[in-house]
Design a protein around this ligand. Sequence first.
Ligand SMILES: Cc1cc2nc3c(=O)[nH]c(=O)nc-3n(C[C@H](O)[C@H](O)[C@H](O)COP(=O)(O)OP(=O)(O)OC[C@H]3O[C@@H](n4cnc5c(N)ncnc54)[C@H](O)[C@@H]3O)c2cc1C
Length: 273
Amino acid sequence: MSSPELRPAPPAGPRWIELVEREPLGPRLVRLWFRGAALDAAAVWPGAHIKLFFPRPGRPRFELPRREATGVVWPAPERRPVARSYSLRAHDPVRDLIAVEMVLHQPAGPASAWAAAARPGARIGLAGPGGPRPLLAPAPAHLLAGDLSALPAIAAVLEALPAGVEARVFLEIETDAERIALPSAAAVDCRWLCRRPGDASPLPEAVAAAGPPGPRFSALVAGENAAVLALRRLLRVEWGLPKALCYAVPYWRIGADEERYHDERHAVMDSEP
Ligand SMILES: Cc1cc2nc3c(=O)[nH]c(=O)nc-3n(C[C@H](O)[C@H](O)[C@H](O)COP(=O)(O)OP(=O)(O)OC[C@H]3O[C@@H](n4cnc5c(N)ncnc54)[C@H](O)[C@@H]3O)c2cc1C
């Protein structure tokens, strides 16, 4: 994996969470607040990976997998949920709330369709958090690049950066209406790049043209498979960025749902340059 593993994540088994509030952030992004995650403030970090369990299309009733000493036990096929990875956007330990920001994409899948339709009171499953901690290795300068699926992780990481560091950010969107505020104590230079549906991602070219953000920097790159692989090659091979300073994770792939893409993602991560 191309990510710094500075501290292992504590294990947290699947449990139910309940939707309490919807907050539209733009035409294709919604922030969903859930209660019931029962997370310890010390066990979360900005942009941590979480696993969410959704109902299968046409099967609203489902059960959660159980973590047992022998491993994970999945429900029978007719009660099995769909599992998807998301980023922890915010955590309020006092009110036991977490926020997740989900892209409402077309074609939709079980997760995005659920996010588009779900109303307060609806329940899904949560496991985690997990993944690399921190997502972005400490450095005097940072490069963050991604599409709307990476925006929640990027926004969470920016919010936690200290004053005195620089962050150059490249975000791929479809229209200017998808821009959101990105509060940070760091000196942030944010470039929003519009991509028309069907066109290639503008991210690799824009990042290459801008050059490294400083002599010593770390990077967080996420989003669609092809753009992330091109950016990872630029950072690791052409610019020689060490693996420990480079989080580069493809979050999804055009034309493949997560069931088809999951194994390919792991192969792609293992084949890192
Ligand atoms: C570690 C990690 C963190 C992630 N964090 C977030 C997050 O915070 N917010 C978020 O929205 N996503 C995030 N993702 C991506 C999310 O898991 C995928 O987009 C997932 O495929 C969505 O599931 P689905 O059921 O909606 O679509 P699927 O059933 O997986 O796919 C259905 C169709 O939608 C397409 N598709 C999938 N995702 C997108 C997309 N983002 N834009 C356009 N088309 C798409 C597929 O190519 C396919 O054709 C993350 C992924 C990983 C691995």
